[in-house]
Write a protein that binds this ligand. Structure first.
Ligand code: 13P
Length: 249
């Protein structure tokens, strides 16, 4: 049985005081959570929030890491730095990074490799735009994203990756994929993992759905057999909504 994971991607939001209040409120109920919960705040809040969350089972993830080990790359944050402050997870390849910062398949492949070699677990995002879905090329597109940046990994390394399917047309738009659309793509991703690594490994890999998950649609999405939880944007910024989503599984 795969475990279920609910992760909040706070993106570039909140002051530190707001972030502390939000984390404290999510921690308050942690004893009653039956699933793994993770928060991905902005870089400068990671250390403060790990203190805030001490003694709870809530994990922390970063939203990005550099594609280089270290050196003269002003403004970048390396996987080694994240590892040195005991951050276990890092989001790689979010569509906002691909779109606004032009992160290519090659760069993302490097980031995945560097995250893994520093002991971090990547949450690798994939997903198609509206145009690609309308042209009925969604599976082809996701397939290529996996092939280009993930499928070079060894059997051991792929099992340290969480995949997040986030259709771009559903992110921050209020348009959620239907439970069936999500299940179909997750099933496709698992089939591709199975083709590449074999069924026992594919069955162990966690595949999250992201894109306008809210308290009122979470239960149906998460009840799909291949949907192992969610990567939540907007609704993770409101303690009550995020907690309702965690409890909806
Ligand atoms: P929303 O939940 O705001 O649509 O964002 C999803 C997302 O991008 C999570 O990484």
């Amino acid at each position: 049985m795969r475990k279920k994971v609910i992760a909040g991607n706070w993106k570039m939001n909140l002051t530190f005081a707001e972030a502390q209040r939000l984390a404290a409120s999510i921690k308050e109920d942690a004893g009653s959570y039956k699933h793994d919960v993770m928060l991905c705040p902005p870089f400068p809040y990671l250390t403060g929030l790990s203190q805030e969350l001490q003694g709870s089972t809530i994990a922390l993830g970063a939203q990005n890491c550099a594609d280089r080990e270290n050196g003269a790359f002003t403004g970048e944050v390396s996987a080694a730095m994240l590892a040195s402050i005991s951050i276990p997870y890092v989001i790689i390849g979010h569509s906002e990074r691909r779109m606004y910062y032009h992160e290519s398949h090659e760069v993302l492949k490097d980031k995945v490799g560097i995250a893994l070699s520093n002991g971090l677990k990547p949450i690798f995002c994939c997903g198609e735009t509206k145009e690609i879905r309308l042209a009925e090329n969604a599976e082809l597109h996701v397939d290529k994203q996996l092939d280009d940046s993930l499928f070079h990994l060894s059997d051991d390394d792929i099992q340290r990756v969480i995949i997040a399917y986030e259709p771009v047309w559903a992110i921050g738009t209020g348009l959620t994929a239907t439970a069936q659309q999500a299940q179909d793509m997750h099933k496709f991703i698992r089939a591709r993992l199975s083709g590449r690594y074999g069924a026992p490994i594919a069955e162990r890999i966690i595949i999250l759905y992201g894109g306008s998950v809210k308290p009122d649609n979470a239960a149906e999405l998460f009840s799909q057999p291949d949907v192992d939880g969610g990567l939540i944007g907007g609704a993770s910024l409101k303690a009550e909504d995020f907690k309702a989503i965690i409890k909806s599984i």
